[in-house]
Every structure is written in structure tokens, then in C-alpha cells.
Design a protein around this ligand. Structure first.
Ligand code: ADP
Length: 867
């Protein structure tokens, strides 16, 4: 099971089916790497926050700005009013100074204003004598008129400062000042114009109250501008307002706010703050002091503040987004790297090649890995469970199969020896049916009576000594089949400890086959001793370990017995065989018998087996065969000679006729005269040589015809060829053929039977001549060639230009009695082959391409053989 699991790569399991859902999920988000995602999210958040702020901030700012503005406006209004009051106070103080000035008191000293005097007041256009002529007070105040009024309130003298005439409505005012509760300063309208009236008691030098010094100042554009004491009034306009009519009486800027304009008309363009005067209680009308700030100015300020705020906001937001995004980027980059490393690790751990995307958001990649991992674990768990169940079933089946397939009989018994289960082999071997034997006593049913107590003892010893229960005990016993036949069996009992009890498995091995095999082995062991041929075993030092009865002649020859060492020569041979490790065959010739000995080394076990064979009969048969062969060769030679007899007779005829002629010549010369001894001597010499020649021919003929034992001697092959050629000279001449001898310049020596080799060559040359007879005379050619060949061989070739050998004849050339000639015997080539093979050579025939036949003989050269 473990092996099976190990061979299924964990990560690759079902990879094909699992990748698809993971990969096919089309999700752009998954493909974006985390750092990029971090940047995008950062930017998006920044933008979102920006948009929210853009909506909220300006509104909040506007409200804050409005509140602030209100406060500021009120502040400013208060300030302008204070400045205005200060300016009025300056007038009051100045008038007080002027009223108490020495010049006025001096002027009034001699003056007596009569009550009845109705004179028109005297008007000065230059500085009157009751006022100091210094410029000091003129810089402080800007009156239109300064009046000197008597105690009755009549205006006695007037100083007109500017060009403006005295307003006609002045009369009522005088009364106001002359009353008991007169006020020192009064704000009123004269005509439509607002005026500031300031008065102070005028006394003469003696301290007598003469009347009043009153100053009139029109509160016009100039007055109001001056009242603000040099403070820039570009963005602010101050004015006096008729509170009842809501109409402006005067302003610091007549262009923007001319007198008489209604409040409602300016409210669109200005922020107006109006305040009541508390100090001028004597005012005849309800006048208010108004401070106006133009809306355009407000807008500019507001715009400036909003712009400033917006810039600040942009800088703050940009800095915030940048830092936030950067931090997020760095964190996610680091996280990304860690996740990628985990992913790579997971990939290696799971052994996945490329089941899921690797790029993109590592968080998703890791999520995929984790899903994948969980799935794999689940699959592996399922597979393991299945595998386990399968293996359990398999194991059960296997156990059953093993039990059923076991060659031995297996019987399971309980502790009382009763059969619980048994296998097929037991049923077949003992011939019982399963149903019959379950519950029966094993020993009584299946064992021989003699063995039953032994078996029970075995069981009891197991039960009494539970410590030995692990051991398996074996005994040879006799089992009994259903038919009552006895079987030799080897019984082994193996106890099996179950949870509650002990059961035993009894293995019964049928030993009849083994007994039979032992018999066969025993009979095999007797096999060499039964052999009619000598069989011996000799160990490496040469001591005879075993020798069968047939080896007696050999032991007698060697002069030793079993257990003794072999003679020195054979001992040496045996150690050679050990060294070579190869079989060695040899012959041993005793007095009357010949043995062939095959010595086979068994190197591993350190001995050799010697298998002897009596080959005396074989050798005798071979000897006879060789004799027959010689006989045959001789007969063939005789036959050849018979055939050549005519030619030979003719050959002999020539020297004999020459001899006769020379002899006759000699006789005649001797009869004719006594001299001519030289001629006679010459003729006699010729007679002698011709007789030698004839003798030579006859001698050679005799050597060929004569029956002689085969004798090997070293011969010059070229010489042999020459002799054969001279032998057939007559026949060749008759056929009008010149035998060309292409003989090797090197001396070719071979150890041969000269007569036999000549016989072979003679046969080949004669066959060639026969073949040449079948063609035109002028086409006939016969070559005998000798040469030295590689490997120490001599090649003799006989080539003729005859008609050649037909295909079907080629295969049969060397068959006995195969001939195409009328008078042929068909034994020439057969004998030739026998002779050449006897010389360890080879003879072969082939058809020449240009027409004709070549016979080749290869024989080992004499040097090689002679060493
Ligand atoms: P024989 O010469 O008595 O026929 P051989 O055994 O010498 O017996 O030859 C067998 C046959 O081989 C010949 O009959 C001939 O047909 C064939 N033969 C042998 N030598 C030649 C040759 N040089 N050219 C053609 N045929 C040949």
C-alpha cells in the first residue's frame, strides 16, 4: 500500500481536472500584482477622500467664514464707530478749548449784548477776533460755521469757515442749546443734511457767562472720511442712516453711496452693520451709524481664503496619499515577496508543474494553492481509504487464494484437535469432503493410528507451555486417506494466538514425491558404477577419488588403485587441464587395447572427471578402412595407368627404336671398316642414354603401378608437377596441347605421399586434356600453376580452356561413379578428394568466366608441418 501511494505523485493527482476551475475563473483582479493593486487602491482612496472633502470642506469653510466675517464685521463696525466718536470728541474738546481761550474772554469783556437788539448777526469770513489765529485747531476740526450765541440764544456773531451758507433751520437748534438741559454735542439734520453741533459756555474775562460758542460741522463725505482718522477706507464705507426711513443721510464715499439711497438698495452689494448712537441724546432724529463692506471685497477675501484652503488641502491630500500609497506599496511588495516564496514552496511541495497562475496577485495565488492543497489532501485521504478497503479485500482474497493454491495440505484445528477449516489440497490429497470433516478430530480422521498419540502430545506440549507456542514443530508421520491408503507426510504445527483462544495450523507436506526423488537420486548415484566404460574422478593433486569397475584395465595400466596418486605424466596432464579449465581428449594404448579418455575439469569443486571409452574396435575398423582406401587408390592408379598404357608404350617405343637404330649403326660401322671409333663411341653413348630414358620411364611406371604403403616425405611440389607433365607429354602432344607450367619461383616444400599427390595431379591434368578434346585445337590451353599462400599453404591450380562443367554436374563432381565420359569410371575426383583430405588439404572446382575449368588444391606446406 505504501509503495502504491509513493508511486502516485501527491501533487499531480487529478491535476488535469483540478486546474480548470482555478484557471478559468476570469478575474482581472487576480492578475494584477499586489504592489500595483496597492498603488491603485491608494490612489482610489485618495481620490475618494478628496471628493468627499471637496463636498464637505468648502461648505464648512463657508459657514466658518460667514461666522468669522460676522464677528469681524461687527468688530470693524465697532472700530469705525469708536473712531467716529473720537473724532466728534475731538470737536467737543476743541470747542471747549476755544470757548475757554483768553482771546474769547478778552473779546467778550467789553461786550454787552442787549436783549432787544435784533441786529443781524455779524458774519466773519476770516478768523474773528475771538478765536486764536493759529492753524492748530483748524487741523483738528472742520466746522462750516462757529457761532457766538448770547445767553438768550441769539446768534450774535458767525464765523463762516467755508463757502457753505448757514442753514436756515438753525433757529430750533439755538433753543435746544439755550435750554437748561442743553447738551454739549448734538447730531441733527439741517435741511436734509446731517450736522454735528457742539457748544461750550463762553465767559468773559471776569468769569461771567456771556453765552455759548457753538460749532457746526456738516457730516458729509469729507467729515466721515476724516472721522476714520487716516484708516484706509477702500474696503469699507461708513455712513449715517435715518433709522426710521432706512435711508442714508451721508457716507464716506458719495460715489458708491450717495446720500438719500435707501438701505434696501444697497443690501445686495454690501454687508451692512448699523449701530445706534447713545451719546447724542439730544438728537432730533433717529440716526444710526452704518459700516458697509462691499460684497465684492468679501468675495475676493473669501475666494482668497478658499483658494488658500484648497491649496493646503491639495498639498495635504497629495502628501497623505503619497505616503499612504508608498507605505501600502512597500508593505504589499514585501508581503507579495513572502507570498510568492510560500507559493513557490507550495508548488514544489505539491509537485505541481503549472496548475494555476503564477503571476498576478500573490494573495489569490496563495489562496488557490491552499484550495488546491486542501483538495489534494481530501483526494489523497479518499484514495487512501479506498486503497485500504481494497487492500483489505485483496488481502483477504489473497489469503484465501494462498490457502487454496498451497501445494501443501493446510488444516486449521482448535485446541482440542477438532478441524475448523481445511484447504483444497487437503481435500484432494486425503479424499475428504469439507462438510464431512469440519468438527471431526484431525488425528483420528487423518493420521495413522501409530502417529495419533504423537500428534496429541505435540498439541498438549503447546498448550502446557504457551511460551513455546511461537515455535513451529515438524514431524514425519503417516497420513491416512479416506480410502485407507497411507501417505508419508511431514507435519508442521503452527500455533496462532487469537484474542480469546489458541488455534493451530497444521501443514501436511506430501513426501511421496520426495521419497521417489530420493530413490531416483540414489539410483543416479549408482549410474557411473553401472557404466560399462571407465569413469573416474581424480582430485587436483592427482589422487583417484573414484573409479568404477570398468576402470580396472586403466588402473592396471597405470599401476595404481582408487585412493592412490596417478603416474607422473597423467598427474601433470590433470593439473594442465585444471589450469586451462577446458576439456582434454587423449588416447591411451595399453598392451592390447586402445582407450579414448575425455578429461573434464570441475574447477569449482577441485576435481576432474575422466570418461574412458574402449576404441580398440574403432581403431581396427579405421585401419581396415584405410587399407581398403589404399587398395582403392591403387586400383584407380592401375586403371589410369591401363588407360595410359598406349601412350606409355609409344613413349617407350621411341628410346627403344633409337637404341635399335644406334645399335644397327654401330654394327654396320664395325662391319665396314676398322676405324670410325668416335662415331661408334657416340652411338654407344646415345644407346646408353636412350636405354636410361626407357629405364626411367619404366621405373616411374613401376613406382606408380606398384603397390606400396603410404609414405610421407618432404617433396618439392614444383618438381612433382614437372614429373606429372612429362608423364602425360605424349597424351598432350596427341591432343596438340602444350602444358604451360607457371611454377612458383619460391621453393614449395610439403610433406606428402609423392605417389598419391602425383596421382591426383595426373587425374586433374588428364581430365583437362579430355575436356580440351571437345573444343577446337587452336583454342586449347592448359596451365598448371603453383603458388605459396598465406597461412602456410601451397596452392596448385589446373586451368583448362575446355567447355567447363555444367551447373548440375558441379554439385556431383565428387560423388563416386559420377562421370560424363563413355569409358569413364567416375572415381578420379573422389579418390583425389580422399587423398587431399588425407593430407589435411582441400580440393575444389570452379567454372572460369572466360570459359573453362579451374581445379584448385590447397595443402599445408612442409615447413609448417615439420616445424
Ligand atoms: P572420369 O574422369 O572417370 O569421368 P572423374 O572423377 O575424374 O572421373 O571425373 C568426373 C567427371 O567430372 C568427368 O566425367 C567430367 O564430366 C567432369 N570433369 C572432370 N574434370 C573436368 C574438366 N577439367 N572439364 C570438364 N569436365 C570435367
Amino acid at each position: 500500500m505504501q509503495q502504491r501511494l509513493a508511486t502516485v505523485p501527491f501533487g499531480r493527482h487529478n491535476a488535469g481536472t483540478m486546474q480548470s476551475p482555478l484557471i478559468s475563473r476570469p478575474n482581472l483582479l487576480r492578475r494584477i500584482p499586489m504592489p500595483l493593486l496597492a498603488i491603485l487602491v491608494g490612489l482610489f482612496c485618495g481620490l475618494f477622500v478628496w471628493l468627499v472633502l471637496e463636498q464637505v470642506q468648502p461648505r464648512a469653510l463657508k459657514s466658518i467664514f460667514a461666522d468669522e466675517l460676522k464677528v469681524r464685521l461687527e468688530q470693524q463696525a465697532r472700530e469705525t464707530l469708536i473712531r467716529y466718536n473720537n473724532y466728534v470728541t475731538a470737536h467737543t474738546s476743541t470747542i471747549r478749548l476755544l470757548a475757554n481761550h483768553r482771546k474769547l474772554s478778552q473779546y467778550l469783556e467789553p461786550v454787552h449784548w442787549l436783549e432787544s437788539d435784533r441786529e443781524v448777526p455779524f458774519v466773519y469770513y476770516n478768523t474773528p477776533p475771538w478765536l486764536p489765529n493759529t492753524a492748530l485747531w483748524r487741523t483738528l476740526i472742520q466746522p462750516s460755521h462757529i457761532l457766538l450765541i448770547d445767553k438768550q440764544g441769539r446768534t450774535r456773531e458767525i464765523y463762516q469757515v467755508g463757502k457753505r451758507n448757514l442753514p436756515s433751520e438753525l433757529a430750533g437748534i439755538n433753543e435746544l442749546f439755550s435750554s437748561e438741559n442743553r447738551v454739549q454735542a448734538l447730531l441733527t439734520t439741517l435741511g436734509d443734511e446731517p450736522y454735528l453741533l457742539v457748544s461750550e459756555t463762553a465767559e468773559d474775562a471776569t468769569g461771567t457767562v456771556m453765552g455759548l460758542l457753538m460749532m457746526m460741522a456738516p457730516i458729509d463725505e469729507q467729515f466721515l472720511t476724516s472721522s476714520q482718522q487716516g484708516v484706509a477706507l477702500d474696503d469699507v464705507v461708513v455712513g449715517l442712516l435715518d433709522a426710521d426711513e432706512q435711508r442714508f443721510l451721508s457716507s464716506s464715499d458719495y460715489k458708491r453711496l450717495p446720500p438719500g439711497v435707501l438701505m434696501e438698495k444697497v443690501e445686495h452689494d454690501y454687508q451692512v452693520t448699523d449701530q445706534s448712537f447713545f451719546e447724542y441724546e439730544g438728537s432730533t432724529i433717529n440716526i444710526q451709524f452704518a459700516t458697509l463692506v462691499p460684497n465684492t471685497v468679501m468675495e475676493v477675501i473669501r475666494g482668497r481664503v478658499a483658494g488658500l484652503e484648497r491649496r493646503q488641502r491639495i498639498i495635504t491630500a497629495t502628501a497623505f496619499v503619497t505616503i499612504f500609497t508608498l507605505v501600502f506599496y512597500l508593505l504589499s511588495e514585501r508581503l507579495n515577496r513572502i507570498l510568492r516564496r510560500i507559493s513557490l514552496f507550495s508548488r514544489r511541495a505539491l509537485g505541481e508543474a503549472q496548475p494555476i497562475i503564477e503571476q498576478g496577485n500573490q494573495l489569490f495565488v496563495l489562496e488557490d494553492w491552499i484550495k488546491q492543497f486542501i483538495r489534494l489532501v481530501r483526494d489523497a485521504r479518499d484514495e487512501m481509504r479506498q486503497q485500504h478497503e481494497f487492500e483489505m479485500q485483496e488481502s483477504e482474497a489473497l489469503k484465501r487464494t494462498i490457502m487454496e493454491a498451497a501445494l501443501d495440505s493446510i488444516v486449521t484445528i482448535d485446541e482440542t484437535g477438532r478441524i475448523i477449516e481445511f484447504n483444497n489440497t487437503a481435500a484432494q490429497t486425503l479424499g475428504h469432503d469439507r462438510d464431512e470433516v469440519i468438527g471431526e478430530s484431525f488425528a483420528e480422521l487423518m493420521l495413522d493410528v501409530k502417529n495419533q498419540p504423537v500428534f496429541r502430545n505435540m498439541l498438549n506440549s503447546f498448550l502446557e507451555n504457551p511460551g513455546d507456542q511461537k515455535e513451529e514443530v515438524q514431524h514425519e508421520m503417516w497420513a491416512v486417506t479416506r480410502e485407507g491408503n497411507q501417505l508419508p507426510v511431514e507435519i508442521a504445527i503452527k500455533p496462532i494466538q487469537l484474542q480469546t483462544r489458541v488455534v493451530f495450523t497444521v501443514y501436511m507436506h506430501d513426501m511421496s514425491n520426495r521419497r521417489r526423488a530420493e530413490q531416483v537420486i540414489r539410483s543416479l548415484a549408482k549410474f557411473p558404477s553401472e557404466s560399462p566404460s571407465p569413469v573416474l574422478r581424480v582430485n587436483q593433486p592427482g589422487v583417484i577419488i573414484y573409479a568404477n569397475a570398468a576402470s580396472a584395465p586403466l588402473l592396471e595400466y597405470w599401476g595404481c588403485e582408487q585412493g592412490q596418486t596417478l603416474p607422473l605424466y597423467w598427474k601433470k596432464r590433470i593439473s594442465d587441464v585444471f589450469l586451462s579449465g577446458k576439456d582434454w581428449e587423449s588416447q591411451l594404448v595399453s598392451d592390447d587395447r586402445i582407450y579414448s579418455l575425455l578429461i573434464t575439469p570441475v574447477v569449482d569443486l577441485g576435481y576432474v572427471n575422466i570418461y574412458g571409452r574402449d576404441i580398440t574396435a574403432v581403431r581396427q575398423a579405421e585401419h581396415q578402412a584405410r587399407e581398403h582406401q589404399q587398395e582403392l587408390i591403387h586400383v584407380c592408379r592401375l586403371s589410369t595407368m591401363g588407360e595410359m598404357a598406349t601412350g606409355l608404350a609409344h613413349e617407350l617405343n621411341q628410346p627403344l627404336s633409337a637404341i635399335a637404330n644406334y645399335a644397327n649403326g654401330c654394327v654396320r660401322r664395325l662391319q665396314l671398316s676398322g676405324n670410325g671409333g668416335d662415331d661408334i663411341l657416340h652411338a654407344l653413348g646415345q644407346i646408353n642414354s636412350q636405354a636410361d630414358r626407357a629405364g626411367e620411364i619404366i621405373k616411374r611406371l613401376r613406382s606408380l603401378i606398384g603397390k606400396q604403403p603410404p609414405i610421407r616425405s618432404v617433396a618439392d611440389i614444383n618438381q612433382l608437377v614437372k614429373e606429372v607433365c612429362s608423364f602425360v607429354e605424349f597424351q598432350a602432344r596427341k591432343a596438340n596441347v602444350v602444358i604451360e607450367q607457371e611454377l612458383s619461383l619460391v621453393l614449395l616444400k610439403a610433406r606428402v605421399d609423392v605417389v598419391q599427390i602425383e596421382q591426383v595431379l595426373l587425374n586433374l591434368v588428364r581430365n583437362a586434356l579430355d575436356a580440351l578434346l571437345e573444343i577446337q585445337e587452336d583454342e586449347r590451353s592448359l596451365i598448371i600453376r603453383t603458388s605459396c599462400q598465406a597461412g602456410g599453404y601451397i596452392l596448385i591450380e589446373v586451368l583448362d580452356s575446355g567447355p567447363g562443367i555444367q551447373d548440375e554436374a558441379m554439385g556431383r563432381l565428387f560423388e563416386p561413379f559420377y562421370t560424363t565420359k563413355q569409358s569413364g569410371m567416375g572415381m578420379g575426383l573422389v579418390i583425389s578428394q580422399t587423398i587431399i583430405e588425407d593430407h589435411n588439404g582441400k580440393i575444389s572446382a570452379e567454372r572460369l568466366e572466360e570459359g573453362g575449368t579451374r581445379f584448385s588444391i590447397m595443402i599445408p606446406s612442409g615447413e609448417e608441418r615439420d616445424g
